[in-house]
Design a binder for this molecule. Structure first.
Ligand SMILES: Nc1ncnc2c1ncn2[C@@H]1O[C@H](COP(=O)(O)OP(=O)(O)OP(=O)(O)O)[C@@H](O)[C@H]1O
Length: 229
C-alpha cells in the first residue's frame, strides 16, 4: 500500500541523497495519491516532470522534503533506519539505467536480494536458474553485465527486481531496451503479480504499451500530479 499526502521534494535538501546541490525549484510539489495493495499504476509525464524523483521517494532512496508518505504500511517520515532497511527488502526496483554490478556475474547480480534475506544457497540456485530461464538468459549466468546487450541487461535488472517476490515493484522505463514480445511478457508478469497482491508502479513513455495494457494512470506535469485515474 502506498499513501502520499502533500509530498514535496527538492534535491539537495536534508536527507535527500544524490542531490545536485541547492537547486532551484522543487522536483515534486504537493503530491497526494493512494495505491492499494495489488494496485497497478502507470506513471506518466514528459521528461523532467518528476517521474524518477517520485520513484526515488517510493523506493526509499530519499525522504520527502515535506508531506506524509506511507509505504507498505509504515509512515516514512518517522521511520528509523532499521525500519527503512527492512522495508527496502520488500521492494523490487528496475532502474532506468539498470544499476547492475559490473564486476559480478549475472547469476550473483540476480541472487543479491535473496542473499540479503540469507536464503540457503541451494534454494538461491534454483530460484536464480528459474528466473534467468524465464527472461531468456539461462545461458548467460556466468557473463558479466558489460558483456551483455542493453536489452539483456534490462532483463537481468527485471529478474533481480522480482526474484524475491517483493510486495512493491517500482520500474522506471522497464521496457525501453526490450522488443515488443519481451515487453508484452513483462506486462503479463506484472499483471499476474498484481493479481497476487503485489503493488506495481511503472514509469513509461511507451504509448503503444499503455494502449495495449490500459490501467489507472498517475500523470505528472512540472512536479505536480496532473491526473490520478
Ligand atoms: N540528482 C538530481 N539533482 C538535482 N536535480 C535533479 C536530479 N535529478 C533530477 N533532477 C531534477 O528534478 C526534476 C525532475 O526530474 P526527474 O528525473 O524526476 O524527471 P522524469 O520525469 O523522470 O524525466 P525523464 O522522463 O527524462 O526520466 C527535473 O527538473 C530534474 O532536472
Amino acid at each position: 500500500m502506498i499513501r502520499l499526502r502533500d509530498v514535496s521534494f527538492r534535491y539537495g535538501d536534508g536527507a535527500a541523497d544524490g542531490g545536485g546541490g541547492a537547486s532551484g525549484g522543487a522536483a515534486l510539489r504537493r503530491i497526494s495519491f493512494d495505491v492499494p495493495q495489488g494496485g497497478f499504476r502507470w506513471l506518466l509525464g514528459p521528461s523532467g516532470a518528476g517521474k524518477s524523483s517520485l520513484l526515488r521517494l517510493l523506493s526509499l532512496g530519499a525522504r520527502p522534503t515535506s508531506g506524509g508518505m506511507d509505504i507498505l504500511g509504515s509512515a516514512i517520515e518517522h521511520a528509523r533506519r532499521a525500519t527503512l532497511a527492512r522495508l527496502r527488502q520488500r521492494i523490487g526496483i528496475v532502474h532506468q539505467d539498470f544499476r547492475l554490478l559490473p564486476d559480478l556475474p549475472v547469476f550473483d547480480n540476480v541472487a543479491l536480494p535473496l542473499r540479503l534475506q540469507h536464503r540457503p544457497e541451494d534454494e538461491i540456485r534454483d530460484e536464480v536458474e528459474a528466473i534467468l530461464s524465464w527472461v531468456g538468459l539461462g545461458a548467460r549466468a556466468a557473463s558479466r553485465p558489460p558483456q551483455l546487450s542493453g536489452g539483456e541487461q534490462q532483463r537481468v535488472a527485471i529478474a533481480r527486481a522480482v526474484i524475491h517476490r517483493p510486495a512493491l515493484i517500482l520500474a522506471d522505463e522497464p521496457t525501453n531496451a526490450l522488443d515488443d514480445a519481451q515487453a508484452s511478457r513483462l506486462m503479463e508478469l506484472f499483471q499476474d503479480l498484481s493479481g497476487l497482491g503485489t503493488t506495481i508502479v511503472v514509469a513509461t513513455h511507451n504509448d503503444a504499451l499503455i494502449r495495449r495494457y490500459p490501467a489507472h494512470e498517475l500523470e505528472l506535469a512540472q512536479g505536480r500530479l496532473a491526473r490520478d485515474g
